[in-house]
Design a protein around this ligand. Structure first.
Ligand code: UN1
Length: 497
């Protein structure tokens, strides 16, 4: 019997109004069905928003340290269930167990950070220009937050959004990616067990076209936080113009790692293998371009290809597997399509480039780790986000050229440079246009307590993570308290000449 899951609305588990369901399958073994999930629509979103709106009136009055205590419980429950959550996540989206454990850990880190923030959530005071008057700015809750999340970090990314949203006193309508609904259901169960009151978090499963659109356009949702494709992000930004919602968008990337002539090549090699092929390249921070300085180009390429050919593809639950499957058939097709484009435009295939058809690999949506050499900045595989295990190698002569090639993209999320020259490292930090720059480390691996986000078309200027995400999920209220007992006019009574 396949397990049937439900939405969670106003503190109750309920079916979709339509009564319809969709399947969640294992991308490493497509024959395995993990569960049936409600195929929801606008009516389900309406009910969830109603419940969240009602719950907001009491949740906003709960003191932030108390909200933080609940999030501490959430972190503790995640610690206790880490292994089960990781295994379920590998089954539903494919990345290897070490990485799904890391994904859950990122959620735990976010829970404990948010819990501590309950006793900070700092406001500010400033002197008044008038006597016997007190000025301060405090953070207040905003209302109902629509949270729309992707499948590549099924636990971490929802927690990046939901935990600070709750800590700041907002209530939530959560739509997880339809490829990873089981992890989302487990997260909501944990939130409830930890003591989040009814209606404060509502879960609506379903497709982006139906549920996502209903959330992002809903007149009674005050803010939307979305991570996903640039194409969808653009539509959300357009829709939010009509309703003037506050919107945080984390979108595409075309991240690059630079390797300079003086780099520690062994270190740079580990970095690019992890950055390009970890999570099967399905991170918005993935290394999809490798920029090699001429003096190390051939040597480094030789080292890289030898190791790429040894990467073991397989079910992420099995020991010794380095790279899991693509998340679904569509993603596998997209990757293969880009390999065709790379060849057509004249890049050379140095490794991979095929859908493996033998043995167990034929049961899932696998793709060979792929490296293209001789890539030029104008090639589409050097410009467009592929979101798969495909690395494009470009050759440059100088640091300035390396940085210019790295910056030659509409995106600006993560970046990396390997060099032993401190001056070059600092120049790169100054000149690279990206939200995140790593020195002697790969483009992936952001830590939960640091700002996360990108420039240019990677986003719309907000940052998740760390202390910065609290700016998105709270509103500043400025308060003036006049205790003079008299009538005082700013700018006027204190500047009488
Ligand atoms: C993403 O790919 O959307 O920095 C998030 C990293 C992870 C998060 C990635 N901690 O690679």
């Amino acid at each position: 019997m396949v397990k049937k899951f439900q939405n969670f609305v106003g503190g109750r588990w309920v079916d979709a109004e339509s009564g319809q369901t969709f399947e969640n399958r294992n991308p490493a073994n497509w024959g395995e069905c993990i569960g049936l999930f409600p195929k929801s629509g606008r009516g389900d979103v309406d009910r969830a928003v109603e419940a969240a709106r009602k719950a907001f009136e009491s949740w906003r009055l709960v003191p932030p340290p108390k909200r933080g205590d609940i999030l501490k419980n959430v972190g503790d429950l995640m610690v206790a269930r880490k292994e089960d959550l990781a295994r379920q996540m590998t089954r539903e989206m494919g990345k290897v167990l070490a990485e799904t454990r890391g994904d859950v850990q990122e959620g735990i880190d976010t829970a404990y950070y948010a819990s501590g923030e309950g006793r900070r959530l700092f406001g500010r005071t400033a002197p008044s220009e008038l006597p016997d008057k007190f000025n301060m700015a405090i953070r207040v809750p905003i209302g109902v937050a629509g949270i729309v999340t992707p499948w590549n970090f099924p636990m971490a990314i929802p927690t990046w959004k939901i935990f600070p949203a709750l800590l700041c006193g907002n209530t939530v309508v959560f739509k997880p990616a339809s490829d990873t609904p089981a992890t989302a259901a487990a997260l909501v169960e944990i939130l409830m067990e930890a003591g989040v009151p009814e209606g404060v978090v509502n879960l609506v499963h379903g497709g982006g076209g139906e549920v996502g659109t209903a959330i992002t356009g809903h007149p009674d949702i005050d803010l939307v936080s979305f991570t996903g494709s640039t194409a969808v992000g653009r539509k959300i930004a357009e829709a939010s113009g009509a309703t003037l919602k506050r919107v945080s968008l984390e979108l595409g990337g075309k991240n690059a790692q630079i390797v300079m002539n003086d780099a520690d090549l062994d270190l740079a090699l580990e970095g690019v293998l992890w950055g390009a092929f970890g999570t099967t390249g399905q991170r918005c921070t993935a290394t999809s371009r490798l920029i090699l300085q001429e003096g190390v180009h051939d040597t480094f390429l030789g080292m890289l290809i030898a190791r790429v050919k040894k990467l073991k593809l397989g079910d992420g639950l099995d020991d010794g597997v380095d790279v899991g499957p693509c998340v679904n058939e569509g993603q596998q097709k997209t990757v293969h399509g880009y390999v065709g484009v790379g060849l057509e435009q004249g890049a050379e295939l140095a490794a991979g480039g095929r859908i493996p058809r033998d043995g167990d690999l034929a049961r899932g949506w696998f793709y060979e780790p792929t490296v293209f050499t001789g890539v030029r900045p104008e090639h589409r595989i050097a410009r467009e986000e592929i979101f798969g295990p495909v690395l494009s190698v470009l050759r440059v002569h100088t640091l300035d050229e390396a940085v210019a090639v790295l910056n030659d993209t509409v995106y600006g999320l993560s970046s990396s440079i390997y060099t032993k020259n401190t001056n070059d490292a600092f120049r790169a930090i100054r000149d690279i246009k990206a939200g995140i720059t790593y020195i002697n480390a790969p483009t992936i691996g952001a830590e939960a307590h640091m700002p996360f986000g990108g420039v240019k078309q990677t986003g719309n200027g907000h940052r998740e993570g760390g202390w910065t995400v609290y700016d998105f999920f709270s509103e500043w209220k400025t308060v003036y308290i006049d205790y003079s007992g008299g009538f005082q006019r700013a700018q006027i009574d204190n500047y009488r000449s």
